[in-house]
Design a protein around this ligand. Structure first.
Ligand code: NAP
Length: 242
């Protein structure tokens, strides 16, 4: 059975991607940072499809932890065929109040984490015979920028450049693409006030927020799209059109 590593897959979009890949016949390396209970529930969700899963606690921003995460996956499944760099953190702070440490932490997880995991996984991906791929989860804010979360938007913009650079570096053996979600209903967006949620929804032609499974559909498409590399798939209910 081919195997996929999905970072930040104890909750939200990452868990939906893990569920989709498991449904499609992949064994899964789940990853979490601190929430072991949620990761154990995600293992059960994956196993309900008939696939096998392991959950590995690792901060992707730490190069040694990222390497350990990949090693655990290779040990468990004999190799990795696909990596989805989904783990990410957000923080709402105006620039005047934003500390250099907080700026760096968001960059560490959202950008360095992708570099760390991808670098560690490259040799096992290159050995795969399942048309291996890396998919990075960026954001609509990579294109638009955003008030009160400049470091988050900058990290997601950097991820698009990293995606194209890695696509060029790793071709033709490993394809590298990005998905840039709009507003998706997860814990990350759950702290909005009703007024903020209404203002955000009003900008979306599809008149609703996205669902994690709709991002998983886009990632599954890129996994299987054997002539697509270096691309960004925007999944945002039409928000970028406006
Ligand atoms: N939700 C949206 O509207 C939206 C829009 C655009 C892009 N995105 C992006 O989509 C991705 C997933 O977002 P989400 O909304 O599903 O987030 P979420 O519900 O907050 O879940 C975040 C996941 O990442 C894990 N994580 C956090 N820091 C980590 C670290 N340092 N190392 C490893 N894992 C870590 C968390 O693990 P624990 O459970 O252990 O905390 C959790 O599994 C992120 O990259 C986010 O930026 C989200």
């Amino acid at each position: 059975m081919p195997a996929a590593l999905i970072t930040g897959s104890s909750r939200g979009i990452g868990r939906a991607i893990a569920h989709r890949f498991a449904h499609d016949g992949y064994d899964i390396v789940l990853n979490y940072h601190t929430n072991e209970t949620a990761a154990e529930a995600a293992v059960k969700l994956v196993e309900s499809t008939g696939s096998t899963a392991i959950a590995v606690g690792a901060d992707v921003g730490d190069p040694a932890a990222a390497a350990h995460l990949v090693e655990r996956g290779v040990e468990a499944f004999g190799g990795l065929d696909h990596v989805v760099n989904n783990a990410g953190i957000d923080q709402h702070v105006y620039t005047e109040s934003l500390s250099p440490e907080d700026f760096d932490r968001v960059m560490d997880v959202n950008v360095n984490g992708v570099f760390n995991v991808t670098k560690a996984a490259l040799s096992t991906l290159e050995a795969s015979e399942d048309d291996p791929s890396v998919t990075n989860i960026s954001s609509i804010l990579a294109h638009t920028g955003a008030p009160i979360e400049c470091h988050y938007a900058a990290s997601k913009g950097a991820l698009l450049s990293l995606t194209r650079s890695h696509a060029a570096d790793f071709a033709p053996e490993v394809r590298v693409n990005a998905v840039a979600p709009g507003h998706i209903e997860t814990d990350m967006t759950a702290d909005r006030s009703p007024a903020e949620a209404e203002a955000a929804r009003a900008k979306i032609p599809m008149d609703r927020f996205g669902r994690p499974a709709e991002i998983a559909d886009a990632v599954a498409y890129l996994r299987d799209a054997t002539f697509v590399t270096g691309e960004t798939l925007n999944v945002n209910g039409g928000e970028l059109m406006g």
